[in-house]
Design a protein around this ligand. Sequence first.
Ligand code: FPP
Length: 245
Amino acid sequence: MNSSSSAVPHHIAIVMDGNGRWATRRLLPRLAGHKQGVDSLRRCARACAERGVGVLTVFAFSSENWNRPADEVSGLMDLLAKALAREVPDLHKDGVQLHFVGDKASLSEKVRAGLQQAEAITAGNTRLVLNVCFNYGGRWDIAQAAAALAERGEPITEAGLDRAMALSHVADPDLLIRTGGEMRISNFLLWQCAYSELVFSDRLWPEFDEAALDEAIAAYASRERRFGKTSAQVQKSSRSASVQT
Ligand code: FPP
């Protein structure tokens, strides 16, 4: 049984894997899978907000995805621009605060301006924080945080790095889900997932629906989060917390 304060994770992070296979199985181009992936993301964000999840962080384009075929890379850039134009008004209406996390320097001026505008429009929303990791890598994040501290002449400490990380505006993920059947982290949130519970789903991302999300949350709720302590210590402190409330 989960010993943190809630059975619903405050912060869920997702590696949205399996778009390509979803499309290939239907004899469609891979980009059709990514388009379906945007629909799945919209559905998942709504479902998270309805369940009281406060933060959703998704891996949309990794630092390594530049190595994919050029037409898939340009298709994903185009999809991002179109998804922004189409989705931002509804996300705003639904109370979603958008953040784009990653190395923006190598994105085109037009894409960068779109991201900034979407963040500005939704900045005051509080129902769900949605972090879209784009041109992001966990190693990039740790390196850029260390470089920022070095440039300011600050000591490289855990607390300092934590403050300089690209996701410093949110608490660390409680639950990390990877869809698509692979069991690896693939350079996502390496620093922030130190104590996240990991759930791997065989569903391909376009097929990851509300029931699959509920299964992942139920798996999370059944885990005992010990953060380095013993099980006896954790159970004692959760008993005294429940007496106090
Ligand atoms: C991994 O599946 C998925 C990606 C690299 C892209 C994820 C993007 C989306 C879900 C769309 C949201 C995007 C934007 C622009 C907001 P894969 O292609 O590796 O699938 P495979 O393992 O089946 O080949």
